[in-house]
Design a protein around this ligand. Structure first.
Ligand SMILES: Nc1ncnc2c1ncn2[C@@H]1O[C@H](COP(=O)(O)OP(=O)(O)OP(=O)(O)O)[C@@H](O)[C@H]1O
Ligand SMILES: [Mg+2]
Length: 378
């Protein structure tokens, strides 16, 4: 019997598809529009009116036919990104739409670089990361005031938390960390209040709740509506931030309730939370959606699937699962999406910066808890 070579149908088909995409990659934007079937019922496609080079890529200006909208472009955003080998942003006014492409000019590792003295008017500034056109996004946690950080294992959550933690400590913000893995943060004990075990977690959360009520009382006595107003008159309340690395490791009901209360009430008292998890889709606790709705900042590194992405970034937003598998690459969402590359900071470097620039010492929570029973619901 002779050994005939049977055609490998599947292999041929898949190489044809790969070949097709490769051809398309070099093609014009109109070919991409065609490939993703962006057209209305009558078969009319967006018409390219202009294209111009920018410092970082190309802006394509389209006139949209009736029945094709910004939302249709957004639904195909990751195809544009893949075909054009660029990061894509979409802007639209009326029937005019601009598709902005950025050659992803990110360095693989962007070192930590943050000068807090430039943000004197912010309570809790931190660098989110660099955008494709090289700008650094800085946010004030006070404006969020809470943030969720999601991403599959190994994509940069802890490094990002270290970036935020060091930036905040440089600014004089007081930090607490619940580190349920117990490996990444213990070395920062000279600068942060640390909780590693169940008992320590519960205790640290209780202290925050008591502090929140104490601060509400102080503000009320001072006749101030909010933390910013109070700080214009007094300088005795530092801004506080509580980090929780691996939220799903917290399984205690009292702790969930404390996190829930803080998510709603703590802004007014100058306390923010940053909640990080590998498994945003895990059923963490009943009522998590209520807490989620209070976390207006979200940093989403590569996540496993569309469900995880939507939990971090909001319903309908699947971009976290479409990110390239690059460490430190993330979607930053605060009203709008922005692709960023987070700065990279190892624990060793973080320790070195703090040793040089931040005096050791942690926030001493007040112990007069008898004043904490009262509560002002906002
Ligand atoms: N911003 C970044 N830029 C480049 N590389 C990064 C960045 N952040 C992290 N990395 C790389 O990825 C590795 C894992 O990062 P990190 O420990 O922060 O991940 P993680 O999301 O916290 O993972 P886990 O869920 O397992 O805790 C780092 O050791 C580093 O090599
Ligand atoms: Mg981690």
């Amino acid at each position: 019997m002779t050994n005939t070579v049977k055609p490998d149908i599947i292999g041929v088909a898949s190489s044809l598809i790969t070949w097709g995409i490769r051809q398309l990659k070099g093609k014009g934007i109109q070919d991409v529009i065609e490939a993703v079937h962006l057209q209305n019922k009558e078969g009319q496609r967006p018409i390219l009116r202009k294209e111009h080079k920018t410092a970082t890529g190309i802006d394509y200006v389209f006139a949209l036919p009736p029945g094709v909208d910004r939302i249709d472009f957004e639904a195909n955003q990751h195809y544009f990104e893949s075909y054009l080998n660029s990061i894509v942003e979409i802007e639209a006014t009326g029937r005019r739409l601009i598709l902005k492409t950025y050659q992803a000019n990110f360095k693989e590792k962007i070192p930590f670089d943050f000068d807090h003295t430039q943000f004197a008017d912010m309570f809790a500034p931190f660098p989110v990361g660099k955008t494709p056109d090289g700008k650094t996004i800085i946010e004030d946690l006070y404006n969020l005031p809470h943030m969720m950080v999601g991403g599959q294992t190994g994509y940069g959550k802890t490094s990002f938390l270290l970036v935020v933690m060091v930036a905040l400590l440089l600014k004089g913000v007081k930090v607490s960390v619940i580190d349920r893995k117990g490996v990444d943060f213990p070395s920062f004990a000279p600068w942060v209040n640390l909780a590693l075990t169940d008992a320590e977690t519960e205790d640290l959360l209780k202290k925050h709740i008591a502090e929140m009520h104490r601060r509400q009382r102080i503000l009320r006595n001072a006749g101030c509506q909010n933390f910013a107003e109070y700080c214009e008159l007094h300088q005795d309340l530092p801004y506080l931030v509580l980090f929780i690395d691996e939220l799903t490791q917290i399984r205690n009901k009292a702790c969930f309730e404390a996190i829930g209360d803080m998510s709603v009430l703590s802004r007014v008292s100058g306390i923010s939370m940053i909640l990080a998890t590998q498994k945003p889709g895990a059923k963490i606790w009943d009522g998590f959606t209520d807490v989620r709705s209070q976390l207006s900042g979200a940093m989403c590194f590569h996540v496993r699937d569309q469900t995880d992405s939507q939990i971090v970034l909001g319903s309908g937003n699947t971009r976290g699962s479409e990110l390239p598998k690059i460490k430190g690459r993330a979607v930053w969402n605060n009203d709008q999406d922005q692709i960023v590359q987070a700065m990279y900071l190892s624990a060793k470097e973080a320790y070195a910066i703090l040793s040089r620039q931040v005096a050791k010492g942690v926030y001493e929570f007040a112990t007069d808890n008898d004043q904490c029973a009262e509560r002002i619901d906002t």
